[in-house]
Design a binder for this molecule. Structure first.
Ligand code: SF4
Length: 364
């Protein structure tokens, strides 16, 4: 890997546009081209170019064509309420499930211990809360397998088997110097990603991730190639990471204005959206004369990622912004309204799903 750029899956790396271009080249990620986009036009993240790259989507197309099984795998670290950052992967898994994939969803409670020092017994409340969130977002538990890392024998078995192929040098090259616990949780993620092919049958598996999680994908592909020779190499899709809504480089729990979570009060969410970074001009006159810049605007971005259902409205907002016909105050009010409506509906759905989440996780 030479003097390669190290992505830190536990540090949510902030990336500039040129970093993406470099990473795509350096790690052999394929760009999502127009032909792929056309095939997956129903998937909002692909259609809106939020997903920019993939590994091995072609095997998924083949499986769909032949009516064979394929999988989407993802998970969440139960270390707090669902927030704007976790929403992207959650909705991506739901979109792939709607396209016919069986969903495999892991509660990464071992990682919440290794990364955040939260023992898995204490992570149970968050695990229930997070799972109820994804159920409310549309994950169908009838076509899904859901597990906790700390409880899943398949995952442990994979770790025992593959670890003899792993050296300190390999882990250092991929992740840099980390604690043994984080290396271990990387191997556990290898188990999570391979699980669909052990639990059911060897099948193409897609893991939708932010580019910062690519080290796990590379490690898993390498170990699958060497140990599980009759398996498909797990594939992935990659989305652009959302920056902090306040204009900070990344969303971070340490900076509460950079994001909002789903259990926050409506007043607080409204305040944060109103304080979001826009691509607007100094004043109304300049905006009308020169237009704004939606490409750097967090209001436009959060609507595009999550809260604007209608593609035409999104395109018209973009056009109106750059021609100075849309003003930021008005657009922020529209955004607040959409986000709060989404969260209100979401909370109502979620309330009814708490018991279901407990049942699925086998927690009383
Ligand atoms: S008008 Fe809307 S899209 Fe344009 S800069 Fe302002 S908030 Fe952003």
């Amino acid at each position: 890997m030479g003097n390669s750029f190290k992505l830190d899956p536990w540090g949510s790396s902030a990336l500039a546009e040129e970093d993406y271009t470099r990473l795509i080249k350096e790690f052999g990620i394929e760009e999502i081209d127009d032909a792929t986009r056309l095939k997956m036009n129903d998937n909002r993240f692909i259609r809106r170019k939020i997903m920019f790259g993939h590994r091995d989507l072609q095997y998924v197309f083949k499986a769909i064509e032949l009516g064979q099984p394929w999988a989407v795998m993802s998970g969440i670290k139960p270390s707090g309420p669902f927030h704007l950052g976790t929403l992207t992967t959650a909705l991506e898994i739901v979109e792939f499930q709607k396209m016919g994939a069986k969903a495999y969803y892991c509660i990464a409670d071992v990682e919440s211990w290794e990364d955040n020092g939260i023992p898995w017994e204490e992570a149970e409340d968050d695990a229930i809360d997070n799972l109820a969130d994804i159920l409310a977002l549309g994950l169908d538990p009838k076509n899904a397998y859901i597990w906790r890392q700390s409880e899943e024998p398949i995952v442990k078995d994979v770790v025992y088997r593959v670890s003899r192929l792993v050296t300190q040098n390999m882990l250092n090259a991929i992740y840099g110097e980390k604690t043994f616990g984080l290396y271990l949780s990387a191997l556990i993620q290898v188990g999570d990603i391979i699980l669909p092919q052990i639990q059911d049958v060897p099948q193409p598996t897609i893991v939708p991730v932010g580019i910062d999680q690519d080290p796990h994908i590379r490690l898993t592909r390498d170990l699958t190639r060497r140990y599980y020779k009759n398996f498909f190499l797990p594939g992935a899709t990659y989305h652009f990471l959302l920056a902090g809504i306040d204009g900070s480089e990344k969303m971070s729990k340490r900076n509460p204005n950079s994001m909002f979570n789903f259990n926050e009060s409506t007043e607080s969410i409204e305040r944060k959206i109103k304080g979001a970074l826009t691509g607007g001009r100094k004043n109304k006159e300049e905006q009308q004369k020169l237009g704004g810049d939606p490409k750097i605007c967090m209001i436009y971005k959060i609507l595009m990622y999550h809260f604007e259902e209608d593609d035409e409205k999104l395109a018209s907002d973009y056009a109106m912004c750059i021609t100075g016909k849309l003003l930021c105050g008005e657009h922020k009010r529209d955004c607040v309204q959409k986000v709060l409506k989404f969260i209100e509906l979401h909370q109502k759905r979620k309330e009814k799903l708490i018991d279901k989440a407990k049942e699925l996780l086998n927690i009383d």
